[in-house]
Design a protein around this ligand. Structure first.
Ligand SMILES: [Zn+2]
Length: 57
């Protein structure tokens, strides 16, 4: 695994970890910044998302 893909992999793991923590607190699926629902399609594509599309930008 190259250094770059290892870094990307670690970042993804951290993001998944954060999403799982939210899931445990029953706050999964809400944007952590604005508090609105995260689009279900977005969660399907990227289950570790903790921000809605507008906050991500
Ligand atoms: Zn948001």
């Amino acid at each position: 695994m190259s250094q770059a893909s290892r870094a990307a992999y670690c970042q993804r793991l951290l993001a998944v970890d954060r999403a799982l923590a939210l899931l445990n607190e029953d706050e999964y699926g809400w944007c952590v910044t604005c508090g609105k629902d995260i689009e279900p399609l977005r969660l399907e594509i990227q289950p570790e998302s903790v921000l809605c599309v507008s906050c991500q930008q």
